[in-house]
Design a protein around this ligand. Sequence first.
Ligand code: GUN
Length: 286
Amino acid sequence: MSATLIDGKAVSQKIKSGIAERVERLAARGIVPGLAVVLVGDDPASHTYVTSKKRTCEALGMRSDLLQFPASMSEEDLLELIGNLNRDPEIHGILVQLPLPDHIDEFKVIVAIDPEKDVDGFHPVSVGNMSIGREAFLPCTPHGILKLLEEYEIDPAGKHAVVIGRSNIVGKPAGVLLLQKDATVTYCHSKTRDLKNFTRQADILISAIGRAKFLGKDHLKDGAVVIDVGMNRDENGKLCGDVDFDDVLGTASYITPVPGGVGPMTIAMLMENTLLSAERGSTETK
Ligand code: GUN
């Protein structure tokens, strides 16, 4: 038996079609959802990500302002820019691409963003609301993972979900959202002893560690659902995940490919958050 592929590209296309229709409805009322993407410095991976975010925005009829600055930008100037974007009624979402240069305090930047425009879901108000199950902008990658599970009718309730990685962007919130779907959640990380002991118990295994082909069939229980968030290069420079895809195909029941799994979902969820923000703003009396 070979694992079923979880086609993130196809699912994200479906979501994006729905978004494009809602954007048209807003346009009829003179509202164009606007996303400001801020990039400081010249990290090549970040550059690729933000370009792709901008392109997708425009393809869906939304406005996207890509604001690029040199790595020497001061923290003060960045905070001032965010203040201006917070006050700009045509901007519904603000995303500051991480990581930031070392001299800029990431936390100060994240808390400077108006939570109503926090389409990344990184502000402590968003994280807090998410953690207690209140309405919040959900962080895009974990939200995308949950959408993929839903689409393939994989119900986390009662299942053992093992999350490898504890970043604020992916691992931690992925565990929180799975817990809210009634999974039993275990977090593993770089200090975990005997990783296999945990991963072999996983009904759903989420990997967000960033090590090429690190996990093989020896890490899996028969029939596990494998969600690979890794975005790495293999020894030949080819894009690959944290999971040795060919090795686990005969053991996993479902698996996300890299590329074409989780990646496209992250962008779709960002678009959805931006649209939601614009829809919310349009129903308020200001
Ligand atoms: N860097 C890596 N992933 C992300 C993300 O989802 N949002 C932002 N702002 N920066 C990132």
